[in-house]
Design a protein around this ligand. Structure first.
Ligand SMILES: Cc1cc2nc3c(=O)[nH]c(=O)nc-3n(C[C@H](O)[C@H](O)[C@H](O)COP(=O)(O)OP(=O)(O)OC[C@H]3O[C@@H](n4cnc5c(N)ncnc54)[C@H](O)[C@@H]3O)c2cc1C
Length: 568
């Protein structure tokens, strides 16, 4: 089989804020350098034409981007100082911050907003739109942006140095045979490959395992955010108003919280985050979000409104202690893929942008030196350590771990961090040494008996007005995958599903997946078997993270497949 090879100087895998900022910044650094050499301002050689590519698995740049999103503008301001004048799509500056503690029936307003949740000077954005805009900025400075190109495999030389990435094949049918439109993936060779795949990157997972980049680090822990956009009938929730909630519907052992952000044109953006280190095997993050909307505060807000968009995505919440080594020969990791998110503030856009910029500065130095070895690229880690990113992450280094001891200790620790600078004297940090899926208890250990499965969400009704079942919600994520292709969710041993997993956990994949991808069905001979409805997949990666046996491997489907998060 003939496989084409294309030569680039730098390939960025993933068209998110981190990589687009990196590609844009690098193109500008090169342009400035070459102009300075030409004018005699700088001595040395011009770098000439530097070929930079960004590949993105979504059908367009931004299609797979889902976020809250209240953006701390400090990253974007460094990248494009006049971003407002240049027309960056911003929904509204934050005008009001509210913090509510929800009991089952009441919303208790906190007289003060906790400092990490104060967003004065920040912007509410649609990250989908902002990312698409960054993609255009990249093209303006000569970056090659390729949507519909999933990075399927890393390419290494004989010394395990990264030499690029292979994109996914197109036109393979569900039996694995070539269709008439078959096109083999392309080998994109690069001096440096930058992985900015967002949380739980499928290539980053391969790379980290192969090169032991997580040696001596704590396992990454994740959360899942489930979100909807609503059209409201009136101005009851103005653009620029931000509300965060704690409490209902999570129990005090489960990490969770909600948000409501006012966007332009009476659009309300609401969502609920559940920590993917929950213990209850019957918990369903999508159902938790539906229950959140049933709270009187939310129900009143949504009355007479119409749900127009849905989406779900994971968040890398482990922070400082869970970050892998950020570089190896020929490769760098940026953004959520490397765990740069501040989980206390639920903010990662600013640090994703900054990490992309620092990667660009490192690559620029490597291009000048003509050296792409780990020794040279180590400068990236040094740049990160001396930037504003690390002090920010250090201060909240035990935030999520403390919540693994329950809500009240988590809150106490979050408050204490201001006095202690993030220290917890070993009280909390040790507990995070387990990965989230290891926290899930077996049904019997959690105390479930008999018809527990039916009982867990017995109060939840999908009324089609305020609450929706997964399939209705998935419809509003505008997901599209060619059904005649191999499933991109590889379950390595399906026997476990109908035997051990059914008995021990009651097949939790049916619940933790927010898109009804996994279904236990009657196999016809009185037994149950797993059916994978992969075309529903919203690419959130929860299954890869939360499966208790770690036998689900999420790989990229054919390019362009997946959700279309317009305006999210
Ligand atoms: C529900 C939710 C709420 C959030 N709220 C906020 C908030 O209010 N404020 C804030 O600052 N941050 C928030 N965040 C975090 C913020 O969205 C992230 O920190 C930020 O988007 C990270 O940017 P990134 O470029 O690293 O990754 P991403 O934004 O995840 O982008 C990665 C891109 O890479 C693509 N990709 C992945 N794998 C491949 C591959 N193999 N080949 C090709 N393309 C690939 C993806 O399709 C995607 O387009 C929130 C996140 C979530 C999920």
């Amino acid at each position: 089989m003939e496989r084409e090879t294309l030569e680039f100087d730098v390939v960025f895998v993933g068209g998110g804020p981190a990589n687009l900022s990196g590609a844009f910044h690098l193109a500008q650094l090169v342009k400035k350098h070459n102009a300075a050499v030409e004018s005699g301002e700088v001595k040395g050689a011009s770098l000439g034409e530097i070929e930079i590519a960004v590949i993105e698995k979504g059908a367009s740049v931004g299609a797979h981007i889902l976020s809250g999103a209240v953006m701390d503008p400090k990253g974007l301001r460094e990248l494009i100082p006049d971003f407002v004048e240049q027309g960056a799509p911003l929904e509204a500056p934050v005008k009001e911050d509210h913090f509510l503690y929800l009991t089952r029936t009441r919303a208790i307003r906190s007289p003060i907003t906790p400092p990490p949740l104060m967003n004065h000077g920040y912007f509410i954005v649609s990250l989908n739109r902002l990312t698409a805009w960054l993609g255009e900025k990249c093209e303006e400075v000569g970056v090659n942006v390729f949507p519909e190109f999933p990075g399927a495999d890393m390419l290494y030389d004989e010394a395990d140095r990264v030499i690029g990435v292979r994109t996914g094949d197109k036109g393979i049918d569900k039996e694995g045979k070539r269709k008439a439109n078959y096109e083999p993936g392309v080998d994109l060779h690069a001096k440096v490959t930058v992985l900015g795949e967002g949380p739980r990157g499928s290539l980053a997972k391969q790379l980290v395992q192969r090169l032991n980049l997580d040696e001596g680090r704590e396992p990454q822990v994740y959360s899942i955010g489930v979100k909807e956009l609503w059209e409201l009938p009136d101005d009851r929730y103005p653009a620029g108003r931000v509300t965060h909630t704690l409490g209902f519907p999570s129990d005090s052992n489960t990490y969770g919280g909600g948000w409501a952000y006012g966007m332009q044109n009476r659009i309300l953006n609401i969502g609920y985050v559940t920590g993917l280190d929950y213990q209850d095997p019957l918990l369903d993050p999508h159902a938790e979000f539906q229950r959140f909307k049933q709270h009187p505060f939310l129900a009143k807000l949504l009355e007479g409104g119409k749900m127009i968009r849905y989406g779900a995505k994971t968040i890398a919440a482990g922070g400082y202690f869970a970050m892998p080594k950020l570089y190896a020969d020929g490769v760098l990791l940026v953004g959520d893929c490397a765990g740069f998110l501040n989980s206390q503030r639920l903010k990662g856009i600013h640090s994703a942008i900054k990490s992309g910029m620092l990667a660009a500065e490192t690559i620029f130095a490597a291009l000048l030196a003509g050296d792409y070895s780990a020794l040279q690229l180590k400068q990236y880690e040094e740049r990160v350590n001396t930037s504003w990113i690390m002090p920010e992450l250090r201060k909240v280094r035990n935030f999520h771990a403390a919540f693994q001891r329950g809500r009240w200790l988590g809150i106490a620790n979050a408050g204490l961090q201001f006095l202690t600078g993030g220290r917890s004297w070993g009280l909390f940090d040790r507990t995070r040494a387990t990965a989230g899926h290891e926290e899930m208890k077996k049904l019997s250990r959690y105390g479930y008996r008999g018809d527990a499965l039916e009982q867990r969400y017995r109060d939840l009704r999908f009324d089609g007005k305020t609450t929706f079942n997964k399939l209705t919600d998935v419809y509003h994520a505008a997901v599209g995958h060619d059904e005649d292709q191999p499933a991109h969710l590889h379950v390595l041993d399906t026997n476990i599903c109908s035997t051990r997993c059914a008995e021990e956990y009651g097949n939790p994949c049916q619940r933790f997946c927010p898109a009804a991808v996994y279904e236990m069905v009657d196999s016809g001979n009185g037994e149950r078997r797993l059916q994978i409805n992969f075309s529903n997949c919203v690419h959130c990666k929860t299954c890869d993270i939360m499966d208790p046996y770690q036998i689900i491997n999420w790989v990229t489907p054919e390019g362009g497949g997946g959700p279309d998060y317009k305006g999210m």
